[in-house]
Design a protein around this ligand. Structure first.
Ligand code: BEZ
Length: 241
């Protein structure tokens, strides 16, 4: 049996990187239940499942404490405590740096951003968890984790995975937007269009009849195309009155 002879749609061969031929133990995917683990953090030891279960979770890796882009990422998270708390999400950072270095770093960030680092960050000194969670990309950094974020739902299921290179910091606004979008989807069954923010119209899934949309939101869907119907909530954005 030949496993690695893929062809593109027009029949030309696709050359996969050599590493793709190695067997992969587990690469976290959307829909997987996130595994349990124990780890030391700036708030003391954490047993992940008991800490996380029942809340939306942002679990993110970053390469190292006391590095420039990572400092801006933690500073922006610290500065957006109220917005994060409004989503109900808990946050846990992960890097190889020792806990005492992370604690010193939090103090630096708090002084610069004038905001408390209100969430724990954890230490994975040998990078074992980072390897298990697919946070190490050898072409991007020889040993430190990349910037990888998992958003988990209260049942510990992976709902979103972001991967960013070392040289680009992530957007707190986008992270919050995606948590709000997932919650809106779960609460209503509607799908979420590109660049959606709370109050914007939602996408009606194909299985939902116009009459059901009327019942749910009080107005019929707007038929943009035969395969794209939009629902406007009761508090339609920009509506008068
Ligand atoms: C940074 O956060 O800027 C950074 C982290 C690791 C290596 C290089 C830069």
């Amino acid at each position: 049996m030949q496993l690695f002879a893929p062809k593109s749609y027009d029949g030309t061969p696709i050359h996969l990187p050599k590493s793709s031929k190695r067997s992969v133990r587990w690469l976290p995917q959307i829909g997987d239940i996130f595994p349990n683990f124990q780890i030391a953090s700036t708030d003391g030891p954490i047993e992940f499942w008991s800490w996380a279960e029942g809340s939306w979770i942002l679990l993110f890796s970053h390469p190292e404490a006391k590095t420039p882009v990572c400092t801006t990422e933690l500073g922006e998270l610290a500065s957006n405590q109220a917005e994060f708390k409004a989503t109900g999400a808990k946050v846990l950072g992960l890097s190889p740096s020792p806990i005492n270095v992370q604690q010193e770093w939090h103090s630096d960030i708090e002084a610069i951003y004038n905001a408390k680092v209100w969430f724990p960050t954890a230490s994975d000194p040998n990078g074992e968890l980072a390897s298990l969670f697919g946070m190490k990309h050898r072409h991007e950094h020889p040993d430190a984790p990349i910037r990888k974020s998992f958003i988990l739902d209260p049942q510990l299921r992976i709902r979103v995975i972001f991967e960013y290179p070392v040289c680009v910091g992530r957007s707190v606004e986008e992270t919050i937007r995606v948590i709000q979008a997932l919650k809106m989807h779960d609460d209503t069954g509607f799908a979420i269009p590109s660049d959606w923010y709370e109050g914007d119209p939602l996408v009606v899934p194909s299985e939902l009849a116009d009459a059901d949309v009327m019942t749910l939101v009080g107005s019929p869907p707007v038929i943009v195309l035969p395969y794209l119907r939009m629902a406007f909530g009761k508090e339609r954005k920009g509506a008068a009155g």
